[in-house]
Design a protein around this ligand. Structure first.
Ligand code: GDD
Ligand code: MN
Length: 367
């Protein structure tokens, strides 16, 4: 028996699974393979049943029904833990994850670190995705990384290697993600448990045969990422920051209209455009100052005496954020064709997160 178990979940992979097993065998690595099949209607399980008669290093778990990638992995990891494997590789059945990278992935994985086959570090790349799929995946990765503050470049990669020390340290039954976000959750647990996330570059190639099952998973995964983020301490701070930001936006509008009304009444001769500019400038100064002050005393509880320097930084962050906001809005609406309201929400969301971290680390210097 080898020390390394490659766990491959399958759902309708009849064109791929035999070839993949063959390709792994050809590399003559010292690894065993476990296929976890969710009763694929296309007969993937039966194909593997035949293979295991000849190849002793291959095993299979047949599960009754499709329960998602995460559940399949949990079953696979438990199976391997009972049999004493030391390292566990997660891998797609569709050749997206290069067999040739298995040795470096396994090498990188040790008692204190989880290894990630990374598309987004130097040397890594993606072949065969159209720009839409790329932007979606890249965005999902950035969103996940930022929100969960994971210390790796490719946190949504499905190609990873887990040491037994980590698997033993967690409760696999308490994992919340049943689908694609499962591996993200595992990385977060590893980081919080003091394990390092180490990356090795891979070339991710889009599948040639069979179909991807990822569509429909996005919403579920985004929800889980939010849920995981809520569980983190820094989330409370972020929630305060967002509340302050939203309140100040309301203040901004309120003051804008108030000043406009006053000018209208007491200085009716003033040019309309000039009145609007005066109102806008005044409301901005008031609301941004309030925004800064509330974040200082409530969100970040800062005692730093250099208020002017701090406020200046806060204004700089806000101004850059405004530019980003327009850029993102333009990108998703004009280039990707999203609806305006969705673009607005996404742009504001991303910029709020961005502003939060900059202010936290740079303006208020919170550890
Ligand atoms: N047993 C089981 N049950 N296997 C499943 C299920 C399920 O419900 N859903 C998917 N799979 C298997 C597929 O057969 C494949 O071997 C692997 O899980 C990955 O599924 P794909 O459908 O090929 O995923 P993808 O290529 O679109 O998604 C890629 O990106 C994700 C996010 O970045 C993969 O690299 C994923 O691993 C990654 O999480
Ligand atoms: Mn795939």
């Amino acid at each position: 028996m080898s020390q390394v178990l490659i766990v491959i979940p399958t759902f309708n992979e009849k064109e791929n699974i035999a070839n993949l097993i063959g390709a792994i065998e050809k590399e003559s690595l010292s690894v065993d393979i476990l296929v976890v099949d969710d009763n694929s209607p296309d007969g993937t399980g039966k194909i593997v049943d035949k293979i295991i008669k000849e190849k002793k290093f291959v095993s299979i778990i047949h599960r009754e029904k499709k329960e998602g990638l995460g559940r399949a992995y949990i079953a696979g990891f438990k199976w391997g833990m009972e049999r004493g494997y030391k390292k566990f590789v997660s891998m797609d059945a569709d050749f997206s994850h290069p067999v040739s990278a298995i040795p470096s992935l396994v090498e990188l994985c040790d008692a204190k670190s989880l290894a990630i086959g990374s598309r987004y570090i130097k040397g890594g790349k993606i072949v065969g995705w159209n720009s839409k799929r790329f932007i979606n995946s890249w965005g999902a990765n950035l969103f996940t990384r930022t929100l969960l503050r994971l210390r790796a470049k490719d946190v949504t990669s499905g190609f990873k290697c887990f040491p037994i020390e980590f698997l033993k340290s967690i409760d696999l039954d308490a994992i919340q993600g049943s689908g694609y976000a499962f591996l993200v959750e595992m990385s977060l647990l590893a980081q919080e448990g003091g394990f390092k996330l180490r990356e090795t570059p891979i070339t991710f190639t889009d599948r040639v045969a069979g179909e991807s099952k990822i569509s429909g998973e996005l919403k579920k995964s985004v929800k889980l990422v939010f849920k995981l983020a809520f569980g983190k301490k820094s989330y409370r701070q972020f929630a305060k920051f967002a509340v302050v930001g939203a309140s100040c936006a309301v203040i901004d509008w309120g003051i804008f209209y108030l000043i406009k009304i006053i000018l209208n009444k007491y200085a009716p001769d003033i040019d309309l455009q000039v009145a609007r500019q005066i109102s806008k400038a005044a409301s901005f100064v008031v609301s941004a100052s309030a925004n800064y002050y509330l974040n200082r005393i409530w969100t970040f509880k800062s005692r730093d005496s250099a208020v002017v320097a701090q406020a200046t930084k806060f204004f700089v962050v806000a101004s850059i954020g405004l530019l980003f906001n327009s850029a993102i809005f333009y990108l998703v609406t004009a280039l990707l064709g999203w609806r305006d309201i969705l673009g607005l929400i996404v742009a504001t969301g991303i910029v709020t997160i961005w502003n939060f971290f900059l202010n936290k680390k740079w303006t208020f210097k919170v550890k």
